[in-house]
Design a binder for this molecule. Structure first.
Ligand SMILES: NC(=O)c1ccc[n+]([C@@H]2O[C@H](COP(=O)([O-])OP(=O)(O)OC[C@H]3O[C@@H](n4cnc5c(N)ncnc54)[C@H](OP(=O)(O)O)[C@@H]3O)[C@@H](O)[C@H]2O)c1
Length: 236
């Protein structure tokens, strides 16, 4: 067995929101590392996971459904949650709360979000990020499609919890070959993050790697691709 495959042997991980782009990348990385995978996704999206066949267990349902989450996270050593602010019915905070309430007490909990989430208010945002957040906050809410404030509330609850959490804050994303594990900083505004670009597969890699990186417990790393100009400049 390869060293990589041995990493996850005998360990079970739940991916909440497994059918999206980030979720599917996470499932691939987990299977490559030998983890047993349970994925939660909406009933209508189960077909998106057909390619994984019987290598994963799928629990259909909304991610804020507490019964669905209780069933899916039972016996899991880690839960990786794609935190999304869809609708105006507290989907993000409901999802985060269900995961925190039902996961095993010692489980590693890793949540995804964007740079716009701040833990301590010390992030310094580029104008482009501020404008995008303002746009989505207003237009999303008016269209009753997105509620960014609820994602903020979800993260507030996570930061206040005594679970073994990490909140991974993604930069703008792009598709493409892996560049390796992203680099990170505690605060947006740090020059290392200036490129504001991460390959989606590497965002997923960071989430999966966080399971075994205890140094990330109670951290909210803002990430950027390790081959981006700002990351390379910081490494010189
Ligand atoms: N996209 C970006 O540029 C960007 C940048 C920074 C951070 N992020 C973070 O990355 C994560 C996901 O990104 P992604 O690009 O991989 O997103 P994605 O592929 O669109 O997946 C998002 C998730 O949302 C679910 N979803 C979509 N519409 C929904 C609805 N109406 N009701 C309930 N659930 C719904 C999807 O489930 P179904 O498969 O069932 O549709 C999927 O699990 C999020 O945490 C986001 O904050 C994204």
């Amino acid at each position: 067995m390869s060293t990589q495959k041995a990493l996850g042997q005998g360990r079970r991980v739940c991916v909440v929101g497994g059918s999206g782009k980030l979720g599917q990348y996470m499932i691939r990385h987990l299977l490559d590392r030998g983890y047993q995978v349970v994925a939660v996704c909406r009933e209508k999206s189960v077909g998106k996971l057909a390619g994984f066949g019987d290598r994963i267990t799928v629990v259909p349902g909304h991610t804020d459904d507490r019964e669905v989450i209780a069933k899916a996270v039972a016996g899991c050593d880690a839960v990786l949650t794609v935190l999304v602010p869809w609708g105006v019915k507290n989907y993000s905070s409901g999802t985060a709360q269900a995961v925190m309430d039902h996961a095993q007490a010692d489980a590693r909990l890793v949540f995804s979000c964007g740079w716009h989430i701040t833990r301590d208010g010390k992030d310094v945002y580029p104008l482009s990020v501020r404008a995008a957040v303002r746009f989505f906050a207003v237009v999303g809410r008016l269209a009753r499609a997105v509620d960014i404030n609820d994602q903020v509330e979800a993260c507030r609850r996570i930061f206040a919890s005594n679970t073994r959490w990490t909140v991974v804050r993604g930069s703008d994303l792009e598709e493409g070959e892996s560049q390796g594990l992203p680099v990170w900083s505690r605060h947006v505004g740090d020059p290392i993050l200036r490129s504001n670009r991460t390959r989606r597969t590497d965002f997923a890699l960071f989430m999966v790697n966080a399971i075994v990186d205890d140094g990330l417990i109670h951290e909210a790393p803002a990430i950027v691709g390790r081959q981006t100009p700002s990351a390379l400049a910081a490494a010189r």
